[in-house]
Write a protein that binds this ligand. Structure first.
Ligand SMILES: [Fe+2]
Ligand SMILES: [Fe+2]
Length: 739
């Protein structure tokens, strides 16, 4: 069984679709050598010297030329009365590509580059692609709604289901699978991905979809250069170009990588287009439609026609051969007595034989009969050999795919040897197998402790979940926070030194604000009912594309005001800064691990997210404001969080909505597991500050994090040692995002 529960090798013609399924998993990892080979990616500098603007001109010319090709095909279809067949073939065969629109940016954002303005602009593009703020509002979801409008409901399904539909040719999954695959390795292909993005934005609306507006289908959302009104004056292409300029300024090699990415996508789009055109032409041509239908039915038909002779051979024999090439059978039929060329009404094949008392009653569907009738009506006599064209066989599967599916991963990654090392290694996105195993183990241990802690905790979520319970619980909690603040002694004040030290020790945590939600930038998760609010929260943490609103940046400003200058979070120097205590990396490493495993630990992340978003609202953020003002420090960070995390329309309310959406799905699909999943959410909630972490300190009241992040925990230090010495140390995998 493959990792998604299907039997490998038993699916017919399925290499690309298997690969597509595999890389649709946000936790998947592929070796960069395999990806490069699968893509056939040219080395930087091998692709010519046109520069990005040259590629853009070529793409625009090609797009306009192909738009004319599709328009001509559409008018041919109209002349033959095949408009519906044409639109259907186009929609169905482009569905796999539409299912990944925007995916190439899904793996770019990472804690180590949270404060990078180029990354913030890329996130802005991704936010539009996923349709931030609403579930099922991505470009891919819009395409599904077009399928529904066109009556193609059988194809308006999840990517996984799409890849299991047998009538979609395997080769059409190649480009979507490669885009997904390369998106999972932004550490190795960051610049290439920027170039790919540039090429997509330059393409704007693909020529194959542009022609659909004649079918009253609204295709504007499929235009990758189009942003919604909130985006201001910039087009997506302008944003993408600005990002590419920032990358190109870093040196010649990086500029060449951008160009290689853009060139690769252009070439891949041309190949995709040729394949799509074959299917669209087949839908327009009565001969090709007929040929396709015969091919589809030939095998079953061959069982029944052993004794029926045509031109000296059994029809069964003709049908067996037609499975590979239907042309000779079509030619023979056009000469036979079953057909009157140019006159379907008088042709036995579609009158007497298929009548209720005919020998072939109900063999053909109405749609099949319509195909046959149009074919016969279009014939001027028996077919000459040149008139028919065979539907081409799919291209052979690439032998590199099985390797990329897991056999050939050379990079095993490293098992970090300390908390500081782990903090550094986890700043990126992709995790090679050994590092991923470390992340799993770290989270598992943390959750074991949280589970024990939950038994004695006073601040738990309700014991059972039910509709509406959580929102009520949230308001109660908020009331209590407010009450505690009112009852607190305004004179009780930590010292200036304590404030400065705590702000410093919280830096490894707060400078990666939102890191636990990193995995929810995955296209499918970010546009799902459960994940859309989490993506929106993450998007807010990073400042919605605006550096001034970036939470880590605001925190860093506060540190600076205290005279504390720290290295960039993604630099090794940050993790090794001696002013930061080892224990200050404990909770941040937990967050970093969670962010890499959004599927494995989804309920726990949902619970942890609520605990974090709620932690200071109404109470401790207000106390912190009092302390900070007292010493003349900026209150911007706590003020911002007391509003943006609010319990009615803010992050803590969204955190509850995400949990409710998740639990509703469990209730609907796996009711027997409801209690188990709820318990996992509760453990996740507890995991922000499991005992014995929760020490009474002013920091807890401050609520910018948990005391556990700051104070050493002698009781479990032995466990840490065991964890960090579990595996031998191997050379590091590449870390960090490159743009
Ligand atoms: Fe925040
Ligand atoms: Fe927040």
């Amino acid at each position: 069984m493959d990792c998604l529960g299907l039997q490998p090798g038993r699916e017919v013609n399925s290499m690309w679709r298997q690969f597509y399924r595999s890389v649709s998993n946000p936790e998947s990892f592929l070796g960069d050598v395999s990806i490069r080979r699968l893509m056939g990616l040219a080395a930087p500098g091998e692709t010519g010297a046109e520069g990005l603007s040259g590629v853009r001109v070529q793409i625009e010319l090609w797009r306009d030329e192909q738009a004319r090709v599709y328009r001509e095909l559409a008018s041919q279809a109209a002349e033959l009365g095949n408009q519906r067949e044409f639109a259907e073939a186009l929609l169905v065969h482009s569905a796999p590509l539409a299912s990944v629109l925007g995916c190439w940016l899904q793996g770019m954002s990472a804690p180590g580059v949270f404060e990078d303005s180029a990354q913030l602009r890329l996130m802005e593009l991704l936010a539009h692609d996923v349709g931030v703020g609403r579930p099922l509002a991505s470009r891919a979801d819009h395409f599904k709604s077009l399928l529904v409008q066109a009556g193609l409901t059988a194809y308006a399904v999840s990517p996984f289901e799409l890849s299991t539909l047998p009538d979609l040719p395997d080769e059409l999954f190649e480009l979507p699978a490669l885009l997904q695959a390369v998106s999972r390795r932004s550490d190795a292909f960051g610049d290439t991905l920027c170039g790919i993005d540039y090429a997509w934005r330059a393409l704007g609306l693909s020529p194959w979809w542009a022609v659909l507006d004649a079918q009253q289908l609204d295709v504007r959302r499929l235009d990758l250069n189009q942003l919604n009104e909130s985006a201001g004056d910039s087009s997506a292409l302008e944003i993408s170009q600005w990002v590419c300029e920032q990358v190109a300024n870093q040196g010649n090699i990086r500029r060449l990588q951008l160009e290689a990415g853009a060139q690769w996508l252009f070439a891949a789009l041309k190949t995709f287009n040729e394949r799509l055109l074959v299917h669209c032409r087949a839908a327009v041509s009565p001969e090709r439609l007929m040929g396709k239908m015969i091919q589809r039915m030939a095998r079953a038909g061959a069982v029944y026609h052993q004794d029926y002779k045509m031109e000296g051979r059994s029809l069964a024999q003709w049908l067996r051969e037609a499975q590979v090439n239907p042309v000779p059978l079509l030619e023979m039929l056009s000469r036979s007595r079953l057909i009157v060329p140019g006159n379907a009404e008088k042709s036995l094949l579609v009158n007497t034989l298929v009548a209720p008392n005919g020998r072939m009653f109900r063999i053909f569907s109405e749609a099949d009969l319509s195909v046959i009738r149009k074919w016969i009506d279009g014939l001027s006599g028996p077919i000459q050999r040149a008139e028919t064209a065979q539907v081409p066989a799919p291209s052979p599967c690439n032998t590199v795919v099985p390797q990329a599916l897991g056999e050939g991963i050379q990079e095993q990654g490293q098992w970090p040897k300390s908390l500081r090392e782990a903090y550094f290694v986890l700043q990126g996105r992709a995790l090679a197998p050994r590092t991923q195993a470390f992340a799993q183990a770290y989270v598992t241990r943390w959750l074991e402790q949280s589970r024990r802690s939950l038994q004695n905790s006073e601040r738990t979520l309700p014991e059972s979940w039910n509709v509406g319970v959580l929102r009520e619980w949230l308001l109660d909690k908020h009331d209590r926070h407010g009450q505690e603040f009112e009852e607190s002694d305004p004179a009780a004040m930590p010292s200036r030194e304590e404030i400065v030290d705590s702000t410093l020790q919280l830096a490894p945590l707060t400078l990666i604000d939102g890191a636990w939600l990193q995995g929810f930038t995955d296209l499918t998760l970010a546009s799902s009912h459960v994940g859309y609010a989490l993506f929106q929260t993450y998007w807010d943490e990073l400042g919605n594309g605006s550096y001034a609103l970036n939470h880590p940046k605001i925190y860093r400003d506060g540190l600076r005001q205290m005279g504390l200058e720290l290295a960039p979070t993604g630099a090794r120097e940050f993790a090794e800064d001696e002013r930061l205590r080892e224990a200050s990396f404990r909770l941040p490493v937990y967050w970093l691990c969670l962010g890499k495993l959004p599927v494995t630990f989804m309920p726990e992340i949902l619970g942890m997210n609520l605990a974090m978003e709620l932690s200071g609202v109404g109470g401790s953020y207000r106390s912190a404001r009092r302390f900070l003002r007292h010493y003349g420090f900026s209150t911007a960070f706590v003020d911002l969080h007391n509003t943006i995390d609010n319990v009615t329309t803010g992050h803590s309310a969204w955190a509850v909505d995400a949990i409710d959406a998740y639990m509703r799905q469990v209730a609907a699909t796996k009711p027997a597991e409801l209690a188990e999943h709820w318990q996992r959410v509760r453990v996740g909630y507890e995991s922000l500050a499991p005992q014995p972490d929760r020490l009474t300190s002013w920091l807890q009241r401050l609520g910018i994090g948990s005391a556990g992040a700051v104070l050493p925990r002698s009781k479990t230090q032995g466990e840490d040692q065991a964890l960090f010495h579990h595996e031998p140390i191997v050379p590091a995998a590449p870390v960090g995002v490159t743009a």
